[in-house]
Design a protein around this ligand. Sequence first.
Ligand code: ADP
Ligand code: MG
Length: 270
Amino acid sequence: MHKALGIISIKGGVGKTTIASSLAADLAANYRKKVLLVDANYNAPNLGLHMDIVEPDKTIHHVLDNKTNIEKAIHNRFGVDVIPGSYVYPRKIDFLKLSDKINKIKDNYHFVIIDSSPSLNEELLSTMLASDALFIVTTPDYPTLSCSLRAANLAKQRGKPIAGIIINKVRDPKYELTLQQIENSIEIPVVARIPDDKTATRAIYTRIPTPIYNKNSPFSKEINRLNAALTGNAEKLSLVRRIFPISPKKEEVNRQLLKEDFYTSLFSNE
Ligand SMILES: Nc1ncnc2c1ncn2[C@@H]1O[C@H](COP(=O)(O)OP(=O)(O)O)[C@@H](O)[C@H]1O
Ligand SMILES: [Mg+2]
């Protein structure tokens, strides 16, 4: 079942944490889902800052070090159960225990969203092992694409399904890789195309997830459309789409397939 979703990339700064926190906040606020959001970027855990958690007492580090029960590390913000990380933790911990820890409370949630580390080591592996399916975040440029390709190959080697590619920070499409170029090289469908949007910068400045800060921003609307697919709902169509019979964009068609895939997974015991 596609319940635990890892948000991965092997590059920093592409938008993993912004997207993970936004998917979680939007699922809770606009689809009434119970969501657990976990910071698995152990050496640079920024998720708390996106969710208005500063200097948490108990974190994922304490959980993995068996210093606390996982329930005690949960901080509820914006309707989401968040497990943040510690910027400084004095002991070495076994990141690969994440899967076991999450499994203890997974039944309490509709979705578990895991914000991954970009480091090609046990940190990323910890997210892969704890996830039922992965989303790869990429930006539409060649250097990032090559990293995304590596991430996809790694997931394939581990037998982890990749639910889709999320293209983030689309800024200047004429001079950027197209959806088709990205799909052709990674051979995974693109399920969202998020524009470069100042709202994301403003939201992190105020420590409010983007969909809560401004639900009508282009960033938030694309997150909401992706979540429609994850929850089996119809996408909200723009006014233009409602009036004119314009053919759907490729990512929208891909989301329809994703929706069926998630719906089917609800009834399977894989
Ligand atoms: N679509 C977007 N438009 C504008 N800024 C964005 C967008 N997505 C992310 N950002 C910004 O990019 C920076 C890096 O994002 P972050 O989520 O921390 O990346 P990662 O987790 O992959 O390292 C942050 O300052 C964030 O506000
Ligand atoms: Mg991050």
